[in-house]
Design a protein around this ligand. Structure first.
Ligand SMILES: Nc1ncnc2c1ncn2[C@@H]1O[C@H](COP(=O)(O)OP(=O)(O)OP(=O)(O)O)[C@@H](O)[C@H]1O
Ligand SMILES: [Mg+2]
Length: 321
């Protein structure tokens, strides 16, 4: 069941259409990855849905409420982790989080317990008494993420949670986001990291130039790329014409590239289904295999497929928008 439904949601900044008639439906209890390059319109979408900024046109229903007509009701349901941390610079991580927990209505006892627990989880316990302005970028981001983990809202908007955070911290935060979802929160995760979107999201929407290009589960998106699976086979002898013909005869095989006479790259669909038959073909033809490597498309390939650009190229273009 949809917990968020946008209706032609649009935001203009003078001549620039940052979000362009976006129609999007997010189900209750899912992690929805809003993926796209810099300038795609992810943050603008999140800020409109969380009632921080107003749409130019169109609207959205969040929970049962219209973001234009009932923004106060929407605010009771949501929490937001900003891309740019909005922390009180004169304060300390402990004070910021304790205050946030108070605003969220937690009792003194529960507040102490939860603030300590989350500070430990995001590895900020030892830094809890330091001034915010003296923290590194990654540490500030950890405090910003901690706010939503303390609040545990029904709908959590999380904008680039791990952009400045080291690898160990990333995995911890990903696990905590999953826990939040498992407890029943719906999570909207804006990110330009394809890997992050892939490992966390139940569904992913790829945004580009303010529009939603495609939206589905990471697996379906990857499977939608015809010939996206690749099997690389290194043989001990030269490949025969007969084997090449037979390979091309499989309905799943899209293309066979002969890199060298004993080195093949097979582009196909449903690799898991046909690879045993391909192995048998080589065995039956007495062509020993010295190595075999399989790969599936990544979300990166999906992005390239739908936009015609690599994410880096799309970022370059967004700079000239
Ligand atoms: N307050 C603003 N005034 C003018 N233009 C803005 C404003 N906020 C965003 N924009 C423009 O709107 C477009 C979309 O920006 P947005 O921040 O939503 O992108 P994003 O997908 O979140 O990018 P990133 O991956 O860099 O966070 C950009 O071209 C940006 O320059
Ligand atoms: Mg952003």
């Amino acid at each position: 069941m949809a917990i968020i439904q946008t209706i032609d949601l649009t935001k203009r900044f003078k001549d620039l259409v940052a979000v362009d008639k976006l129609s999007l439906s997010i189900d209750e209890g899912e992690i929805f990855g809003l993926l796209g390059p810099n300038g795609a319109g992810k943050t603008t979408t999140v800020l409109m849905l969380s009632t921080v900024i107003k749409p130019t046109k169109g609207t959205a229903i969040v929970g049962d409420y219209d973001i234009r007509k009932n923004p106060d009701d929407v605010r009771k349901l949501i929490g937001i982790c900003f891309q740019e941390p909005k922390l009180m610079w004169v304060s300390t991580p402990w004070d910021v989080l304790n205050w946030h927990a108070k605003v969220c209505g937690l009792s003194t006892r529960e507040r102490k317990r939860r603030v300590k627990q989350v500070l430990e989880h995001v590895n900020m316990w030892d830094h809890r008494r330091k001034r915010i302005h003296g923290l590194s970028g990654g540490m500030k981001k950890r405090v910003e993420v901690a706010k939503i983990l303390i609040q545990r809202p029904k709908i959590a908007f999380i904008d680039e949670p791990t952009s400045q955070i080291d690898v160990v911290g990333k995995h911890k935060i990903w696990n905590m986001i999953r826990e939040l979802r498992d407890e029943g929160s719906t999570i909207i995760l804006a990110t330009n990291e394809l890997f992050e979107a892939d490992v966390l999201s139940d569904r992913v929407g790829i945004m580009h130039k303010g529009k939603m290009l495609v939206c589905d589960t990471p697996k379906t998106l990857k499977d939608s790329i015809l010939g996206g699976d690749i099997v690389e086979v290194q043989l001990e002898k030269e490949v025969t014409k007969n084997v090449l013909d037979e390979l091309k005869g499989f309905k799943e095989v899209v293309e066979v590239v002969v890199v060298k006479s004993d080195d093949l790259r097979i582009h196909l669909n449903k690799v898991e289904k046909v690879v045993p038959q391909i192995m048998n073909l080589f065995l039956n033809e007495r062509l020993p295999i010295s190595s075999i490597r399989m790969s599936e498309p990544s979300l990166d390939d999906v992005f390239v497929h739908y936009t015609g650009l690599t994410i880096e190229e799309a970022e370059q273009k967004s700079k000239s928008r």
